[in-house]
Write a protein that binds this ligand. Sequence first.
Ligand SMILES: [Zn+2]
Length: 152
Amino acid sequence: MPGAPTMRQIEELMRCDRIVAGGFFGNDIRPLEEIVQADAATLKALKATSDQLAQRMKALRDLGLPYLGNTVAAGEGLEVRIDENRGTLICPFGDGTRHFKTITHCRRLADGRQRRWSDLNIHLIEAHGFFEGQGCAFRLEPADLVELLLLR
Ligand SMILES: [Zn+2]
């Protein structure tokens, strides 16, 4: 079976527990492409891009990383805390990339709203436009991220 995995193979892998418990789809029965397209449409309507979000998520992670486990002010009314989990996760899209299990927690001081993301989330958003399926533990709503991180 030479060559890159097909979308169907990727999707099968992502729906099972092989990489992360519960898989990447939660209870979302939509095909992978449909999930990606729906989230891209949401972003477009908000005049934001997955790349903008990924860059911001990385910047916030990098800001908190030296203070591992401690909450630090991140500007724009946000604070971040990084939790390190040992080990790496492999990208399910078959591009051979590995990502630390670092989790970034980001909280808005004004109303306590918070979101968390893993390094794999950042990669999935940046490289694949994938925010995970509905009901998945690490699903990120593009509209929530835009509001929290891009101040829209
Ligand atoms: Zn990837």
